[in-house]
Structures are given as structure tokens and as C-alpha cells.
Write a protein that binds this ligand. Structure first.
Ligand SMILES: Nc1nc2c(ncn2[C@@H]2O[C@H](COP(=O)(O)OP(=O)(O)O)[C@@H](O)[C@H]2O)c(=O)[nH]1
Ligand SMILES: [Mg+2]
Length: 210
């Protein structure tokens, strides 16, 4: 049992523009969300390596995509945070060109994990990201973060709120409550990542053979 959820991971490369993306020969899952929502922490919790993805208290600093290779059948991707006032000031676009290029064009992107802070009401910018993913036709999972800071009942209510909000959406796969502090949701998250990347690989093989 323990082995099944043990993931070895290592940093592969960082990219500040699309021509720096690494070769796309196996499925990838990506973490996206507002700056400071807990993307890097969650990656570290998933792979149980406290220092793999940098955890920072200065949101918005890294406008870089970080790629990690794993032995679990998928690559893990840490996308730059969005919604950071200082970065987006003066720009009309809500999401950077780098984020859009990755989400729209990355061939081996099996699923996107949209992280939202469990302490806040659904935010317009997170809903805008979900809209982007619906438009791009990418399967996505909504991941509530920092659930250790909420009471259990409040977390369950938030999960229901998102399920209801997304009930008409085509590409949403699940809503999962997590905490990087307690490890809540980790095993469920890994299960969904494995399932979606396996499905994606099978579909790609079928398409190639046709
Ligand atoms: N209590 C709590 N704090 C968290 C959790 N995840 C992240 N944080 C804190 O939130 C801040 C931002 O985390 P980080 O992973 O760098 O967010 P990112 O900008 O989305 O990559 C850091 O101070 C983390 O320690 C969590 O599950 N619980
Ligand atoms: Mg980060």
C-alpha cells in the first residue's frame, strides 16, 4: 500500500517561454492557481520532498514554468501563479501569454489541477481560469487548499458549493479537499493523477494507431 503512493520525482527544467518546454513524450499534469494558493507546497506534499518545488512567501516572483519528472507515469508541472497585482498591473490580460501557451498548446497535458483557497468564496479569477479550461477542452480537477485552516464542516460545504457551481461544466473531473500540512487529500489526488494520465496515454495510443 505504502509503495503504491510513493512517488520519486526530480526537477527536469524551467521554462520562461514555450520554446523552452521539454520534449512531450509522456503525459503531464499541471498545477495552476493564484499566487500563494499552495501549488509548490502541494507538489512537495505529493512527492514527500519538502524542497522539490520552491515554496515562497513572495507571491508572483516566479513567472516560470517548472517541470518535474516522476516515476509514476506522469510529469508534474508547477505553473506560475496568476492574479498577482504587481505583475498584472497595466496589463489587460488576466493570464500571462506563457500560461495560455502552455494550456492551449501543450500536447501531452493530461489534466489541470486548479488550486483554490478553501478559506475564500469562489473568486472571479479562478472561475475565469475554469472557463479557459472549458474552452480549451482540458480535463481539470478543482483542488481546495489549506483545508487544515478550516473546520471539517466548512470544507465539506465548500466542496459542495464548487460541485454545484460546476454541475453544468463539461470537463470538470472532481473537487478534492487537501492540505499540504496534514496530507489530507494526497492519496486521492495521486489516484486521480494516475487515472487521468493513464486514460490520456491510452487515448493517445488509439489516436496514433487509427
Ligand atoms: N496552513 C497551510 N499553509 C499552506 C498550505 N499550503 C501552502 N501553505 C502556505 O502558503 C504559502 C504559499 O505556498 P506556496 O506553496 O509557495 O504557494 P504557490 O505560490 O501557489 O506555489 C506558504 O507560506 C505555505 O507555507 C497548507 O496546506 N496549509
Ligand atoms: Mg510556487
Amino acid at each position: 500500500m505504502a509503495q503504491e503512493h510513493h512517488i520519486e520525482a526530480m526537477f527536469a527544467t524551467g521554462a520562461v517561454q514555450p520554446d523552452q518546454f521539454p520534449p512531450s513524450n509522456y503525459p503531464e499534469v499541471a498545477m495552476i492557481g493564484r499566487s500563494n494558493v499552495g501549488k509548490s507546497s502541494l507538489i512537495n506534499t505529493i512527492v514527500r520532498q519538502g524542497n522539490l518545488a520552491r515554496v515562497s512567501n513572495t507571491p508572483g516572483k516566479t513567472q516560470e514554468i517548472n517541470f518535474f519528472a516522476t516515476n509514476a507515469g506522469f510529469g508534474l508541472v508547477d505553473l506560475p501563479g496568476y492574479g498577482y497585482a504587481k505583475v498584472s498591473k497595466g496589463k489587460r490580460e488576466m493570464f500571462s501569454g506563457l500560461i495560455k501557451a502552455y494550456l492551449l498548446e501543450r500536447e501531452n497535458l493530461a489534466a489541470v489541477f486548479v488550486l483554490v483557497d478553501s478559506r475564500h468564496e469562489p473568486m472571479p479569477i479562478d472561475l475565469a481560469m475554469i472557463e479557459e479550461l472549458e474552452f480549451a477542452g482540458r480535463p481539470y480537477v478543482v483542488v481546495l487548499t489549506k483545508c487544515d485552516k478550516r473546520k471539517g464542516g466548512a470544507v465539506a460545504e465548500r466542496v459542495e458549493e464548487f460541485r454545484h457551481l460546476l454541475s453544468q461544466c463539461q470537463h470538470v473531473v472532481d473537487v478534492i479537499a487537501t492540505s499540504s500540512q496534514t496530507g489530507e487529500g494526497r492519496v486521492q489526488l495521486i489516484g486521480v493523477m494516475k487515472r487521468l494520465s493513464q486514460q490520456f496515454a491510452e487515448k493517445s495510443t488509439r489516436n496514433r494507431d487509427e
